[in-house]
Design a protein around this ligand. Structure first.
Ligand code: FAD
Ligand code: NAD
Length: 464
């Protein structure tokens, strides 16, 4: 068997693994990265990027369709038609450019990329089959970045018309009726996109509200928009399995009443689980947190010089968290003193309107025993929002009552994902309400709502 050795061995080339490898190589660490499927991982190939591409395409299609017969802006089109194959090709083109970019960055940094599935031998070596030949790679540091996989439902296993997000991102044809199970991130982002492409969409959610991890004040405009679009929401319901003829799904509501919902395709999006099985991870007998690999604030596992990052380590399963952890581990291995203690990890849901949560909400601050003030500034009072035909939603700030330290920002509205940078920055920098209120914000921008929310929290709003 061929034997290789390296200082750092990274298993998994998703956003966590490839960022760790690039940073480690920049710091002069001999680094090998093993990827079984495609560089860029879930995020670039079947997650963040293709989903946002599809969402954008759906938005554009809906905009054009909306102009049939004339719009308030005076734009009139005669008809609209979707060339789905071209849409998917365009999306795939973006994925190809980005994954190619990752390959180039790894090469330029001097990372040795091995294509194949790694099987753990022990905490210092893995085996990979490369071109039919087994290769053993030994290392000083082993970084586990194997990501996650979709959860399946025993009553509706994947296969045939029951699909996961990856399949939903590359449809050969659009279903007439799509049933989505799970009103979380994937269910609502992709459910909205399919609706905008013209499909009938129904969503079945076990919890009594959509996006249960967000508070109801934030999700209310999203629910209103879904209803306006004609998405059928079935909350507090559970799926029982396919109907006898196989063309429908049996759904039980909170009162125990059963009904059948016809669907040509069923997207199951009920969460993801760390990819901990099938590649010998169990041989390391690492401490676990449920299904996730347990790590400390340096991303160190219970075994010395074995590190873990990203979705493999559990919630929040977000690409930017994985990347930040990857960079941190590389720097620790290079001898730097680092801890993974972010003041906040932003969460964005790309529904229409979009949602952003950074730091504490009024409820989570109260739960943590903090005495806080909070204030909301509505986009209905923001000039830029009006010019974008989008005065739905608001920005909310949460700050300590005593010293006005900002502990949280939330927003719901069109394009508010872009405000997440300002929100996260202000919290990481320890900004106070006076800092946000005293910063000159460009006019007319949505960002002015951030300044106005801070002014309102200080009791001196200007535009409401
Ligand atoms: P992954 O990206 O899953 O990468 C792990 C890699 O390891 C994979 O390439 C896999 O092939 C490889 N691998 C696994 N086992 C082995 C092995 N034994 N040997 C070799 N290689 C192996 N997050 C956001 O922040 N924003 C979003 O907008 C967003 N949208 C999403 C949309 C969808 C539809 C989905 C499914 C996810 C989305 N996510 C989003 C989540 C995001 O994709 C993940 O949090 C992120 O990809 C996790 O990165 P990772 O490096 O931990 O794992
Ligand atoms: P999720 O956790 O966001 O949502 C799953 C939903 O399914 C929840 O609302 C849950 O109550 C519901 N559910 C669970 N079991 C159910 C059942 N049997 N019947 C009906 N409903 C049920 O999970 P997801 O949408 O699959 O996304 C997976 C992960 O991917 C997310 O947690 C997130 O970390 C990541 N992601 C992030 C983004 C983003 O950042 N914009 C987008 C997509 C995915």
């Amino acid at each position: 068997m061929q034997e290789l050795s390296t200082t750092l061995l990274v298993v998994g080339g998703g956003p966590g693994g490839y960022v760790a490898a690039i940073r480690a190589a920049q710091l002069g660490i001999a680094t090998t990265l093993v990827e079984g499927e495609a560089l860029g991982g879930t995020c670039l190939n079947v997650g963040c990027i293709p989903s946002k591409a599809l969402i954008h395409a759906a938005e554009e299609f809906e905009k054009v369709t909306h102009c049939i017969g004339g719009s308030a802006l005076g734009i009139r089109v005669e008809s609209s038609r979707l060339d789905l194959a071209q849409t998917v090709r365009w999306k795939d083109g973006i994925v190809k450019r980005l994954t190619g970019g990752v390959a180039a960055l790894l090469k330029r940094s001097g990372v040795n990329v091995v294509k194949g599935w790694a099987r753990i031998v022990d905490g210092k070596s893995v085996e990979v089959v490369v071109g039919g030949e087994p290769v053993r790679i030994g290392c000083e540091h082993l970084l586990l970045a194997a990501g996650s996989e979709p959860l399946s439902l025993p009553t509706l296993p994947f296969g045939g018309s029951v699909i996961d997000a990856a399949e939903a991102l590359s449809p050969e044809a659009l279903p007439e009726r799509l049933l989505v199970v799970g009103a979380g991130y994937i269910g609502l982002e992709l459910g909205t996109a399919y609706r905008k492409f013209g499909c009938e969409v129904s969503v079945v959610e076990a919890a009594p509200q959509v996006l249960p991890s967000y508070d109801e004040e934030l999700t209310r405009p999203v629910v209103a928009a879904l209803q306006r679009m004609g998405v059928h929401l079935h909350l507090g319901c559970s799926v029982q399995g396919p109907s006898a003829n196989g063309h429908a799904v049996r759904v039980r509501d909170a009162h125990g009443e059963e009904s059948e919902h016809e669907a040509d395709r069923v997207l199951v999006a009920v969460g993801r689980r760390p990819r901990t099985e099938g590649w010998g991870l169990e041989t390391l007998r690492l401490d676990m947190d449920g299904r996730a690999v347990r790590v400390d604030d340096q991303c160190s596992t219970s075994m010395r010089n074995v590190w873990a990052i990203g979705d493999l380590t559990g919630e929040p399963m977000l690409a930017h968290r994985a990347m930040a952890q990857g960079e941190l581990v590389a720097e620790i291995i290079a001898g730097q003193r680092r801890r993974f203690l972010p003041a906040a990890i932003p969460a964005v849901c790309f529904t229409d309107p979009e949602l952003v949560v950074v730091g504490m909400t009024p409820a989570s601050a109260a739960q943590a025993g903090l005495d806080c003030v909070d204030a909301v500034f509505p986009f209905s009072a923001n000039g830029r929002a009006m010019t974008l035909e989008s005065s739905v939603g608001f920005v909310r700030v949460v700050a300590r009552r005593d010293d006005h330290l900002i502990v949280g920002w939330q927003a719901v509205g069109r394009s508010v994902s872009e405000l997440s940078a300002a929100f996260s920055h202000s919290i990481e920098m320890g900004a106070r309400l006076e800092d946000a209120a005293g910063t000159i914000h460009a006019h007319p921008t949505l960002g002015e709502a951030l300044q106005e929310a801070a002014l309102r929290a200080l009791g001196r709003p200007l535009h409401v």
